[in-house]
Design a protein around this ligand. Structure first.
Ligand SMILES: [Zn+2]
Length: 346
């Protein structure tokens, strides 16, 4: 009997999550939800009424309902029903923002390279930013799901520990999730940045309609995020996306990882800059003049080539994405991929 109750609870929870996930991506009526989930209309009504009562959903007016018969009201997630703190930690800078269920960032603070060079001190700065944003927005903590930290891999997401990404020495083997939880009192989830970008593209981005895709992140290293059957596939050890140290040339250059001819050595941006005679110092100098986030566009400008005019327009677009968009940098990534492709064809 106990097992039966557990099974019923599990099924109920599973179906609720399924409905929420579907409504995250599109507006659907009860009938459409029932059809897509394979549940009966009656079962769907129970779930929807429960979520409406909890304030998780809104029932929208029917658009253009001049025709015969009563069209069903579409349902949508109430964007502010829950909030989360998003932390995008990179080598150059760190962004901390408050994000709603539509993936929109309501407020963000930026930490500079020197503030995050040491992991422990960096975490204290991040925790201070979290408190500042929550206080400033007078956030009701009961609506807060927790903190999601996206950072360069490899990470151990279960232990919440950053492992040993190159060029990130001050953070190696730091139990980021537990330290940040201690400092803020909030649940913390740590994720490889390529994985979180893939999930973001699936939920809010250009890949919403795709059930199977791989997101390729090309930065100071190369990583990937794999979505299969509409869900993130991290692999049994959470390392499925770590493709940067896969050898593409067994006779190639030695890599700091101990292997030879790793993909990182040919495709990561610092290596591309070197290959095309663009020094890191030049990039660094421009970065420091312009401040964090601009470093991304400086890199893009150097790698992609093209006229200065085009770049100015893109930079303006990019600023808009950073300030009004999302905590993670998927819009920049998409731009960069388009660039890389255009460069290849040109
Ligand atoms: Zn390697």
């Amino acid at each position: 009997m106990k097992t039966a109750t557990r099974n019923a609870d599990y099924t109920k929870e599973y179906n609720r999550k399924l409905v929420l996930r579907m409504l995250l991506r599109e507006r659907l009526s009860r009938a459409e939800l029932a059809r897509k989930t394979g549940l009966t209309r009656a079962a769907m009504s129970v779930i929807v009424d429960d979520l409406l009562a909890q304030g998780m959903l809104v029932e929208l007016p029917v658009e253009g309902s001049a025709g015969k018969g009563r069209a069903p009201n579409p349902l949508a997630l109430r964007e502010d029903a829950r909030l989360a703190v998003g932390v995008y930690l990179c080598r150059d800078s760190c962004q901390v923002g408050l994000v709603n269920l539509a993936g929109r960032s309501e407020r963000r603070l930026i930490l500079h390279r020197e503030e995050i060079q040491d992991g422990e001190a960096g975490l204290a700065r991040i925790a201070a930013c979290v408190e500042e944003i929550l206080a400033e927005r007078e956030t009701d903590r009961s609506r807060l799901l927790g903190i999601g930290v996206s950072c360069p891999g490899p990470v151990d997401p279960e232990a919440g520990t950053l492992l040993d990404p190159p060029g990130f020495d001050g953070w190696h083997y730091l139990p980021v999730a537990s330290l940040l939880r201690e400092k803020t009192g909030l649940p913390v989830r740590l994720e490889n940045n390529a994985y979180s970008l893939a999930v973001k593209e699936k939920n809010y981005g250009e890949a919403r309609q795709l059930e199977e895709f791989m997101l390729l992140l090309v930065d100071t290293g190369v990583g990937s995020g794999l979505i299969t059957h509409g869900r993130l596939y991290a692999g049994s050890h959470g390392l499925s996306g770590e493709i940067g140290h896969t050898s593409i040339d067994f006779q190639g250059d030695p890599c700091p990882c101990g292997g030879r001819g790793c993909l990182d050595l040919y495709a990561a941006i610092p290596h591309l800059l070197r290959r095309y005679g663009l020094s890191q110092q030049q990039e660094q100098g421009e970065f420091e003049q312009q401040g964090p986030c601009h470093g991304e566009s400086v890199r893009r400008r150097q790698v992609s080539g093209g006229t200065e005019d085009q770049h100015e327009r893109e930079d303006a677009q990019e600023q808009q994405d950073i300030h009004g968009g999302h905590v993670d940098l998927a819009p920049l990534l998409t731009g960069r991929l388009h660039h890389a492709q255009a460069g290849k064809q040109g």
